[in-house]
Design a protein around this ligand. Structure first.
Ligand SMILES: Cc1cc2nc3c(=O)[nH]c(=O)nc-3n(C[C@H](O)[C@H](O)[C@H](O)COP(=O)(O)OP(=O)(O)OC[C@H]3O[C@@H](n4cnc5c(N)ncnc54)[C@H](O)[C@@H]3O)c2cc1C
Length: 401
């Protein structure tokens, strides 16, 4: 095998790409693996800018890939963190209803959790809720003891360290710009002039996964639409107001979980994220704009169908993005004791959410295969939690031997 020829190339050093390389390395230690990442370090996009929550699997449609890989992945992730000394905390969360209508959705969510085999969940009344979270505003809740927190960038750093120690190569500043597929191989060209040949290729390029699929000659049935999620932080003096994780009952129309309160691994408290349409895939400011990404969005008929149905929600999300008072209102619904003075703007992440031709947000994870190239085309939340289980299922699907 020549210098730039590999059995496996993984595009993207986010958590899905690194978990895929790690799993291949575990199953087939003799395979020559390269991970190609356009940035100078791993996990600089979705993975390093998320909520840091280890999800339980309660939210997802029973039988879906999300439900199966999340329930499996949560255990794999805890085991990985324990084995390799990655700081994490199985702190538990409450999902809360604040009126009778939300209580109906809460009950449905609980039943879904039971169907998905989420361990230890229970419906709790107000006194029990207040024992767990003394400042929460709610009439009823679900206690989810398996939910935890972790810094996903630390998980990625550990995955990268392990695969490198076992012989895989990680090449940073390596932006894939051309892909040619042959009968049994793939030629990858980078903007820096590198040429890499691989037998199997895994496209784990997050927000750019649909662009990469197109480069390889595939026309995906979806387009990845960027939704920015912004966070505030509590001022440190108020960190004790929150014990663990507090989530609202999600709006069943959208795959986003709603603005929530999260006690992070360092003891700070984050509030967010909202879900605002972004005009740049990897743009983290309110004014971020990319002509390529903008044209990609507005030239898609699915986008206009989606917009015609959800423009009111879209405007409300922009309001919550540009006016702190609207964001504060969402937070105070969960915890009225928090005021605007307690909250400072902190950070943003951008979700890669697939939208289909009919304007529906694609609910499940989605992987497409063409020749020996595997495209992870929709891996939004809870893909960080589920990453090790997603990797298992992609590697099994690939028939790598
Ligand atoms: C705001 C927010 C909150 C979230 N909260 C949670 C949570 O609490 N728990 C949870 O489980 N999930 C959460 N998620 C979802 C989770 O973060 C993602 O599902 C997961 O990180 C996806 O990982 P990835 O590896 O597919 O993508 P990414 O982390 O985006 O990685 C993709 C990588 O591919 C690289 N790349 C792109 N194009 C190219 C190219 N042309 N050449 C080479 N490399 C390229 C990028 O630079 C990047 O490093 C959240 C996501 C967001 C945005």
């Amino acid at each position: 095998m020549t210098k730039n020829t590999y059995d496996v190339a993984v595009i993207g050093a986010g958590i899905v790409g690194l978990a895929t390389a790690y799993t291949i390395n575990q199953r087939f230690p003799q395979k020559k693996i390269v991970i190609l990442e356009k940035e100078h370090a791993p996990s600089l996009h979705q993975t390093g800018r998320n909520s840091g929550v280890i999800h339980s699997g309660i939210y997802y449609r029973p039988g879906s890939l999300k439900a199966r890989t999340c329930v499996l992945g949560v255990q794999k992730l805890y085991d990985f963190c324990k084995t390799h000394g990655v700081a994490h905390n199985r702190i538990g969360k409450v999902i809360v209803a604040s009126d009778k209508e939300e209580e109906i959705y809460l009950q449905r969510l609980y039943e879904r959790g039971i169907e998905n085999n989420v361990s230890g969940i229970e419906i709790i009344d107000k006194p029990k809720l207040l024992e767990i979270e003394k400042n929460v505003n709610a009439t009823k809740g679900i206690w989810v003891p398996i939910t935890g927190i972790v810094d996903y960038a630390s998980v990625c750093a550990k995955l990268a360290e392990i695969v490198k120690a076992r012989g895989a190569k990680i090449v940073f500043k390596c932006n894939i710009k051309e892909i040619h597929t042959e009968e049994n191989a793939c030629i990858l060209k980078t903007t820096q002039g590198k040429v890499i040949k691989s037998r199997y290729t895994f496209n784990c390029a997050g927000l750019n996964a649909d662009y990469i699929a197109k480069l390889s000659g595939v026309t995906p049935q979806i387009r990845l639409i960027p939704f920015r999620g912004e966070y505030y932080k509590l001022i440190p003096q108020q960190n004790d107001l929150v014990r663990g994780l507090i989530y609202p009952v999600p709006n069943p129309q959208f795959p986003f979980l709603g603005v929530h309160l999260t006690k992070m691994i360092d003891g700070s408290v984050e509030m967010g994220p909202n879900a605002v349409l972004s005009f740049k895939k990897e743009g983290y400011r309110k004014t971020s704009f990319s002509t390529k990404d903008f044209l990609n969005i507005i030239s898609y008929k699915g986008f206009w169908k989606f917009t015609s149905r959800h423009w009111r929600t879209g405007i409300a999300e922009y309001q919550r993005s540009f006016f702190k008072s609207a964001f504060v209102k969402s937070v105070r619904r969960l915890m009225p004791i928090i005021t605007a003075r307690d909250m400072v703007y902190y950070k943003a992440g951008v979700r890669a959410q697939a939208l289909d031709h009919n304007g529906n947000l694609v609910d499940d994870f989605c992987v497409e295969k063409s020749h020996n190239v595997f495209h992870v085309l929709n891996a939004p939340s809870p893909a960080a939690t589920a990453s090790l289980a997603i990797a298992e299922s992609i590697v099994t699907m690939s028939d790598l031997s």
